[in-house]
Design a protein around this ligand. Structure first.
Ligand code: ZN
Length: 238
């Protein structure tokens, strides 16, 4: 082995160690924040061609640096000896089809409740723009199956998160922090919709697709302009 290749491997190992620590921290935070009960969720992060992922059935407070669990994009175990999460097919499907570097899956209570009621999360709040648009519900399939991963991919088309019918949430992002924040926003929006729609005799107002499109534009940075270059109406309004 050349010295350069040795350096490359050492660098990759350091990156994996750092990413694993961040993954464990994110998994523990999901429990502390009430998004996950016990070991019902799972988290993964991509480092090069390796996907580090929470192992199946190990409480997050017991995970140590030695428990690092990793697979390649085909699902073959390349790091550690603990069995990876049973939801591996969903995580790998996201990495194979998007540029995502992190995936968070939970059974968060309000989001899971909403997943049993509708086919799309009603446009109750403009933060849907942070997930790429109206959030869809992926049709039900048994957990851990390729069929569930396929159903999820259809619901994720053009989005960074979706609900899984009678199951939970899945979001992805460029970092663990971003994927986690999207899950927290999704759960919050589901909670707002459930709260608003459960007031007897009243029906919540919903946003139009046009209103969401305006929010999307602002969130992507265009909204910082006070007027459009063509002299159109100012976009700085709240
Ligand atoms: Zn699950």
């Amino acid at each position: 082995m050349t010295e350069q290749r040795g350096d490359g491997r050492r660098h990759a190992a350091e990156e994996e160690t750092r990413a694993w620590a961040e993954l464990v921290e994110t998994a523990r935070r999901s429990v502390a924040d009430g998004l996950v009960v016990g070991t019902s969720g799972n988290v993964s992060v991509r480092v090069g061609e390796t996907v580090l992922v929470t192992p199946s059935g190990v409480p997050y407070d017991r995970l140590t640096p030695d428990d690092v669990t990793g697979v390649d994009l085909a699902g073959r175990q390349v790091l550690g000896s603990l069995v990876p999460t049973s939801e591996l097919p969903m995580h790998l499907a996201v990495y194979r089809t998007t540029a995502a570097r992190a995936v968070v899956h939970t059974h968060a209570v309000h989001a899971t409740a909403v997943s049993t009621l509708v086919d799309d999360l009603p446009l109750i709040h403009y933060m849907a723009a942070a997930l790429g648009g109206p959030v869809r519900v992926a049709g039900y399939a048994t957990y851990g199956t390729d069929r569930l991963a396929e159903s999820m991919l259809r619901a994720l088309d053009g989005r960074t998160g979706c609900l899984l019918q009678n199951h939970g949430t899945i979001t992805h992002g460029a970092t663990l922090a971003q994927a986690y924040d999207r899950t927290a926003q999704l759960e919050w929006m589901c909670r707002v919709w459930l709260t608003a729609s459960s007031v007897p005799g009243l029906t919540p107002h919903l946003l139009t697709h046009e209103q969401l499109a305006e929010a999307t534009e602002r969130l992507s940075g265009y909204g910082q302009q006070t007027s459009s270059p063509s002299g159109g109406p100012p976009s700085g309004r709240v």
